[in-house]
Design a protein around this ligand. Structure first.
Ligand code: NAP
Ligand code: MG
Length: 336
């Protein structure tokens, strides 16, 4: 695997022409500010009167309607939620695309599942930071950067890869290293990770553990500490040092229990379910269902969200977290 760094990037190709950043949310704000501070000519395309429009103006960026921002740009980064791309692209972006322009995404979903059909004479590229926007901005301000993935879906100009690398470098992504991928690999692994492991898998594991203890007669507060609160300690050890990092810090008893009981909970059957989740992502069933859910007004989605938020672990958690001052909003940003 090749890790691309600043030495592989020629930022001029992006810096030499106006860049439109569409959307001013998590990624949009970070990309726009980093690009601007890296010397790019940036215009932010927003909905009139929305929170993004207000915030971008407060950040002293040039703000325009989405259509106007696109009209003047050579590179257009679409950084609104994935489900909004089709409409925004068809109504406000496509009419302003000229031969040789570049269309950039931060996730491959829209292109992989054919939600937009960019013309053949524009570059279609991706730069996907492996972290949320506030981290992308914070690391850039510290002179560092969040690693990112980049990909080329369509190379009309012959310089599509160069543009992707330049953009990655301008938002700080090449200092930590950029890895080349495809729209297919990025999208399928991203969806799989969040469904099977990070969001879906982890939350169900926590809830099942909490329920098992409470149903066996233990106090919910103690079950909460054991199954949800302390997960952070373990995840931090993974993040900093992998399995070895965790093993260095946990007790011998915890380690032995890990070895003998972990595989009783997560086993071949779980892995088979994971393969099924992956198949539904690969064959487009998941994307189709999610698009249909959106078109139907997200009724089921809202019901499932409600059910998650009404789970007893939430009531217990709220009460316990209120007693931990460092977890209160803003507590970690104030001077001690
Ligand atoms: P986000 O924060 O939810 O985006 C919000 C912004 O999009 C706001 O400025 C909002 O406008 C605008 N917006 C929403 N719907 C719109 C519409 N119909 N028309 C015009 N503007 C609209 O999005 P995000 O999380 O940054 O994600 C952006 C892209 O980055 C996605 O492709 C995502 O998959 C990808 N990505 C995200 C992350 C992450 O950590 N969040 C990481 C890697 C990649 P208002 O201000 O007017 O409401
Ligand atoms: Mg869940």
């Amino acid at each position: 695997m090749k890790v691309y760094t600043e030495d592989d990037a020629s930022p001029e190709i992006v810096k030499s022409a106006p860049v439109a950043v569409i959307g001013y949310g998590s990624q949009g704000r970070a990309h726009a500010l980093n690009l601007k501070n890296s010397g790019c000519d940036v215009v932010v395309g927003v909905r009139e009167g929305g929170p993004g429009a207000k915030r971008a103006a407060e950040d002293a960026l040039e703000v325009a309607s989405v259509a106007k921002a696109c009209a003047g740009a050579k590179l257009i980064a679409i950084l609104t939620p994935d489900m909004s791309h089709e409409k925004i692209f068809n109504e406000e972006v496509a009419p302003h695309l000229k031969a040789g322009d570049a269309l950039l995404f931060a996730h491959g979903f829209t292109v992989l599942y054919g939600r937009v059909q960019p013309p053949k004479d524009v570059d279609v590229i991706m730069v996907a930071p492996k972290g949320p926007g506030d981290l992308v901005r914070r690391e850039y301000e510290r002179g560092r950067g969040v690693p990112c993935l980049f990909a080329v879906h369509q190379d009309a100009s012959g310089n599509a890869k160069e543009k992707a690398l330049a953009y990655a470098s301008l938002i700080g992504g090449a200092t930590a290293g950029a890895i080349e991928t495809t729209f297919k690999e990025e999208t399928e692994t991203d969806l799989f990770g969040e469904q099977a492991v990070l969001c879906g898998g982890a939350s169900e594991l926590v809830i099942a553990g909490f329920e098992t203890l409470v149903e066996a007669g233990y106090q919910p507060e103690i079950a909460y500490y054991e199954c949800m609160h302390e997960l952070k300690l373990i995840v931090d050890l993974f993040y900093e040092g992998g399995l070895e990092g965790m093993h260095k810090f946990i007790s011998e008893t915890a380690k032995y229990g890990d070895f003998v009981s972990g595989p009783r909970v997560i086993n071949g059957e779980t892995k088979q379910r994971m393969r099924e989740v992956l198949t539904d992502i690969q064959n487009g069933n998941f994307a189709h269902d999610w698009i249909m859910e959106n078109q139907a007004g997200k009724v089921r989605y809202k019901q499932m969200l409600e059910a998650d938020l009404n789970h007893p672990i939430e009531k217990t958690g709220k009460e316990l977290r209120a007693r931990m001052p460092w977890l209160q909003p803003g507590a970690n940003t104030k001077e001690a």
